[in-house]
Design a protein. Structure first.
Lengths: 349, 799
């Protein structure tokens, strides 16, 4: 047994990582945590911050950018929180594990990096007054307690970025006022987004530094068991059409039938939840990514909005080879509507 | 033709099996000693490398604090500045059954964890269990009976005596809240980072190869290597003697072969093949012997390293190809070295010259002078190196110069002494005896050198070990001044114990200490209560006058010699135990056998700076004759799982046992060297045997009986041994001084007073005599029983 294995075993103590159920253990029931409550209205800025009594949570930013060099770029910045147990005491015995993922996608390359930290010592966390989310030197900060104006920074061996974002629309609460159902049996999470960011900034790669601008989308979600035990992963789409309308849709995959849901956001920011099954997505083409067959081209249909579009990745190899690996990258939309968006696919073993 | 010639050459060994035996045994012993030491060294090195790789620290730089520890906030600040670091807490975790090295890591940042990003690990992590501690099965015993431990996982991949666990658990067990011992610097090439030197000016970047214990243990291995080399050199003396003889005795044969048309080159090639064959055979035997010897010595080496340096060597002796090759290589190289001279003289031999005995003593005279000049040069070079540089290697250079130089001076010295003796002798026979001895000097001088070196090494190392032992004993008597030492598991048991002792009128002195880390090295800080025990008995080496008053006021501290030398702190200097805990060094005390730094402050000073210091160990003062009764009562009234009581006499006996065990290796090598030297004398006397016969025959013809000649043979051997022993004494004492005052300080961090042990010298002289008698016995016996016809033949063959 090597130390590497020892470490794996040590990490195995962390429920999120150490579970067999669902992707990253998100389908495991663990006692001692709070559960999402439909009657609990979201309160801001409180809910921009961490919910240490829930097991998992994330601050998930993606942006479709265009450089002054005329090229397409995709940027991801994510902070995950996963708790071994509820509570947030000071010191090393803090049970909160923080995980940061950053990625930059170009048509040719996909760069990513990962940071891990535990709570209680200040290495990672989220503060609300003003809003700041950080892990090591990666930061998502606001001058005030709102999410209206944010700057996001990240750096790694192969990339760095420093972006400013300002929201030109309201927050969007998914599902029932932010209570988002994830299975037929009622697994759920609290889920809201800010999909209306205008983004400008600088992106540095090993061989160049480029000014970029485009649109960004921030997701906020927390739960304690967001997946059914038999749900193996999900495909999540955030699509921004040139008409100004936006669509968020997801498929939770299961042997016993997929569960789909989503939200339609019209150009003025008004959001309407989709009925389960209304959002339809069918794979059109697959790519071999890290020895896995992954559906990277999709046909998306939403009859009630006359949406019938094809989704194509900017880079078919947008693989995040992190502790929990997944596919995440920018996509382009063609068909009945055009536009750009982001696609995330998890649970492909 | 070649086969026949080779057969003719080989047949010499059939006629002289003893010579062949001497050659093979000499080379085998030399190879065995050398390769045993190499095997031990490489095993130890592999063991260290394993340990360091297992802990995942190999090849990575480390940030250590300038003083005290690293606050967690500093770690977080560096992380927030973008530096990828892994925090480590490390300390001794004391347990009733001894202490272990406890290492706390953050699995999320530890170097091995960054490699976890492949998909396979995802399947590995199906184990769901709470935080646990990892240790080697051998370490388990020490943790038996400790309550409230996290689940234990046994693993062979950690060194014995190390417990690995999560940083949060280590922090609690070591009571190091919010403090880190070091930060491992992970591979880091992020764009645009501020340099560490700017961000953390009070942290020291230690490069991957600079560990303190490694350097210490290296000195021990250097020591072993020096011993191995010495033995090898002594073994080569034997080889040189026999190879020379083998060539000398076959001159008639060579002449015949050459006359039959064999070219000189062909002959040399055949002779070389013969030697290579012998060297490989003897080398092979030597390797087997060496392997067995290393296997026998390894446990003792391990305990030595453990006792003195805190390093542990584990595992079975592995047969490494590199070791086999180097052993055989050394055997070949040694044979070449030892036979070079014989070959050179053979190569120059005119084809038809009649081999004959010449009085080699005359031609040897100038040779002695050259050797003596070289020898003096070596000694002076060693001395100059000592003055110009310092460090352990220089100490060994001085030793090597001294030993080799003295050996080279020996022949000239012996020849002078024998000349003086010859002149002082009265009577023809005694005059002849001295002259004969001098004539034989060229033949035996190498053996004499070997004997003198072996004796000097014995005296030197023996003096060092015995001086050390005597000092150690005295120190133990001062240091362990309480009659019984007791330790318990927790503070409640401690107060129960104190009440129990009070009710019996037994004085108990609390022994409280905290493990801190200052300047990157672990230091144990003891808190002492003002008691005459300290003022009277503590083994102080250097101190200010107000030593104990300063300590008990709280301003002063005593430090052990190791720490004083390591940090170069002496009375009057300031010692920073942490950023806001500074004390003045008011004294330095001896602390033998301890690899770690130690500080003694007043108890109130300790408690003020380190809260929650456990109070679980006590020294009990009581009349010696009441000790057994109290020990018995302690065992009866307390659960044996809760309490550990040790009688001081027991501690002393155990410490002494550890001490003696530590030097078993030295003793064994010492004795082996002496044995090899004895064998060298035997072979050189045998070598001389045939050459001597023409010299003895005229003496016999003059009326000296064979029996008398035999006695003279023995006496001569004894006289030479005595001379070697007498000359070895000053050299041995010089060696002891270098070991005690230079090598010890460099290697162990303490200086020792030198004591003289004349009885040991006499014993050695006795051993030298025994060796000389055994070596001369066979030739003497042969001489006593020689047929008169053989002696007469000398005249018949008069050349």
């Amino acid at each position: 047994m090597s130390v590497k294995l020892l470490l794996v075993c040590s990490i195995a103590c962390y429920p999120l990582i150490g579970s067999a159920q669902g992707y990253a253990g998100l389908g495991t029931q663990v006692s001692g945590f709070s559960n999402p409550d439909r009657s609990q209205a979201l309160k801001f800025p409180h809910d921009h911050g961490a919910h240490p009594d829930f097991r998992v949570e994330w601050w998930y930013l993606t942006a479709n950018l265009k450089g002054t060099d005329g090229r397409e770029y995709g940027v991801q910045w994510t902070l995950f929180r996963s708790a071994l147990s509820a509570g947030n005491p000071d010191g090393w015995s803090n049970p909160q594990i923080w995980m940061g993922h950053a990625g930059v996608t170009t048509p040719e390359d996909h760069h990513f990096d990962e940071r891990l930290a535990r709570g209680g010592i200040g290495q990672a966390g989220v503060a609300t007054q003003p809003f700041t989310a950080w892990i090591d030197n990666w930061e998502l900060t606001s001058p005030d307690e709102t999410l209206n104006n944010l700057t996001v920074t990240s750096s790694s061996e192969s990339f760095a970025y420093d972006l400013s974002m300002s929201a030109n629309g309201p927050l969007v609460l998914h599902g029932d006022n932010g209570y988002s159902v994830k299975s037929a049996n009622g697994q759920a999470s609290h889920y809201y987004s800010q999909p209306h960011y205008e983004v400008t900034g600088v992106l540095a790669l090993a061989d160049r530094s480029v000014e970029v601008s485009g649109q960004g989308w921030l997701d906020r979600e927390w739960s304690s068991q967001p997946l059914e035990e038999d749900q193996s992963g999900w495909n999540w789409f955030s699509l921004s059409f040139e008409s100004g309308d936006k669509l968020m849709g997801f498929i939770l995959r299961s042997e016993n039938g997929d569960f789909t849901s989503g939200t339609w956001i019209d150009a003025d920011g008004h959001a309407a939840p989709l009925q389960p099954g209304a959002f339809q997505a069918a794979p059109l083409d697959y790519a071999l990514v890290e020895d896995r067959t992954i559906p990277v081209e999709w046909q998306i249909t939403l009859h009630e909005k006359q949406i019938s579009v094809t989704i194509q990745p900017v880079n078919r190899q947008s693989w995040m080879g992190t502790l929990f690996p997944y596919w995440e990258g920018p996509v382009t939309i063609s068909g009945s509507h055009t536009g750009r968006g982001y696609l995330e696919m998890t649970g492909y073993e | 033709m070649k086969r026949a010639t080779f057969g003719a050459l080989i047949s010499h060994w059939q006629k002289h099996p003893l010579q062949l035996l001497a050659l093979v045994v000499g080379l085998a012993i030399a190879t065995a000693l050398w390769s045993a030491v190499q095997a031990i060294n490489s095993e130890a090195r592999a063991s260290y490398a394993r340990a360091s790789a297992q802990l995942g620290f190999s090849g990575l730089d480390v940030l250590i604090p300038e003083n005290g520890t690293i606050p967690v906030t500093s770690y977080v600040n560096l992380r927030r500045a973008g530096w990828k670091l892994a925090p480590v807490i490390e300390g001794r975790w004391r347990l009733p059954k001894g202490s272990v090295r406890l290492i706390g890591i953050d699995p999320l940042s530890h170097p091995s964890a960054s490699a976890l990003t492949d998909a396979t690990t995802f399947k590995l992590v199906n184990l769901t269990s709470p935080l646990q501690i990892f240790l080697h099965p051998n370490t388990k015993e020490k943790l038996d009976g400790i309550p409230d431990l996290p689940p234990i996982t046994l693993t062979d991949s950690l060194p014995t005596g190390v417990v690995l666990t999560d940083i949060s658990i280590a922090e609690q067990l070591l009571t190091h809240h919010g403090q880190l011992s070091r930060l491992i610097v992970l591979q880091n090439k992020s764009i645009g980072l501020t340099p560490l030197a700017v961000l953390a000016p009070n942290l020291i970047l230690q490069s991957a190869n600079g560990s303190q214990t490694g350097r210490l243990a290296d000195s021990f291995h250097l020591n072993l290597t020096a011993f191995g080399f010495l033995s090898f050199a002594v073994g080569l003396f034997i080889v040189q003697g026999t190879v020379g003889l083998g060539i000398e005795q076959r001159r008639n044969l060579f002449r015949t072969l050459r006359a039959m048309g064999l070219s000189l080159n062909q002959l040399v090639v055949l002779l070389l093949s013969e030697l290579v064959l012998v060297a490989l055979t003897a080398g092979g035997i030597g390797l087997i012997l060496g392997y067995l010897l290393a296997g026998a010595l390894l446990p003792d080496v391990s305990s030595t390293l453990n006792g003195i340096y805190g390093e542990s060597v584990e595992g079975e002796l592995a047969l490494r190809p590199s070791w086999v090759l180097s052993g055989l290589g050394m055997a070949l190289f040694g044979t070449a070295l030892a036979s070079g001279h014989a070959f050179a003289s053979f190569y120059k031999m005119p084809i038809l010259t009649i081999p004959g005995f010449q009085s080699r003593a005359h031609t040897a005279g100038t040779g002695y002078k050259m050797m003596a000049i070289t020898g003096s040069g070596l000694i002076v070079t060693g001395g100059i190196a000592m003055v110009l540089f310092d460090g352990l290697l220089v100490g060994f250079a001085l030793l090597a110069g001294l030993m080799l130089g003295s050996a080279l001076l020996l022949p000239l010295l012996l020849s002078k002494i024998l000349t003086i003796a010859e002149k002082a002798a009265s009577g023809a026979l005694s005059e002849w005896v001295w002259a004969d001895m001098r004539a034989q000097l060229p033949g035996v001088s190498l053996a004499m050198m070997a004997l003198m070196l072996a004796l000097a090494t014995n005296i030197g190392v023996g003096t060092m070990v015995s001086s050390f032992r005597l000092t150690f004993l005295g120190w133990m008597n001062q240091r362990f001044s309480s009659e019984i030492y007791v330790s318990v598991n927790n503070d409640e048991q401690a107060s129960e114990l104190v009440n129990w002792l009070d009710s019996r009128g037994v004085t108990s002195l609390p022994i409280r200490w905290a493990e801190i880390s200052s300047m990157g090295i672990p230091i144990r800080v003891y808190g002492a209560m003002d008691h005459s025990r300290y003022r009277k008995n503590w083994p102080v080496l250097q101190a200010v006058e107000t030593l104990w008053d300063d300590v008990f006021i709280g301003s002063g501290a005593l430090i052990n010699e190791q720490l004083a030398r390591r940090l170069n702190l002496w009375p009057g200097d300031e010692l920073a135990l942490s950023t806001d805990w500074k004390v003045t060094v008011s004294g330095v005390y001896s602390d033998y056998g301890n690899p770690h730094g130690q500080v003694l402050v007043s108890l109130s000073n300790l408690l003020h700076n380190v809260p929650d210091v456990p109070n679980r160990q006590f020294g009990l003062k009581l009349p010696l004759k009441e000790v057994p009764a109290l020990m018995k009562e302690l065992q009866e009234d307390f659960d044996s799982r809760d309490i550990l009581a040790i009688d001081t006499t027991d501690i002393k006996a155990r410490s002494l046992a550890v001490f003696d065990r530590t030097f078993i290796v030295t003793g064994a090598l010492n004795l082996l060297t002496l044995g090899v030297a004895g064998f060298a004398i035997l072979t050189s006397l045998l070598t001389l045997w045939n050459i001597r016969l023409p010299q003895l025959a005229p003496i016999w013809a003059l009326g000296v009986t064979r029996r008398q000649l035999a006695w003279l043979e023995l006496l001569r051997s004894l006289a030479l041994a005595t001379l070697a022993a007498v000359l070895a004494l000053p050299l041995g004492l010089l060696l002891a001084w270098v070991l005690l005052s230079i090598i010890n300080v460099e290697a162990f961090g303490w200086k020792l007073p030198m004591f003289l042990f004349p009885m040991d010298w006499l014993r050695l002289l006795g051993l030298a005599w025994i060796a000389a008698i055994i070596a001369a016995a066979f030739p003497a016996f042969k001489l006593a029983r020689i047929k008169p016809s053989e002696l007469l033949e000398v005249f018949a063959h008069e050349r």
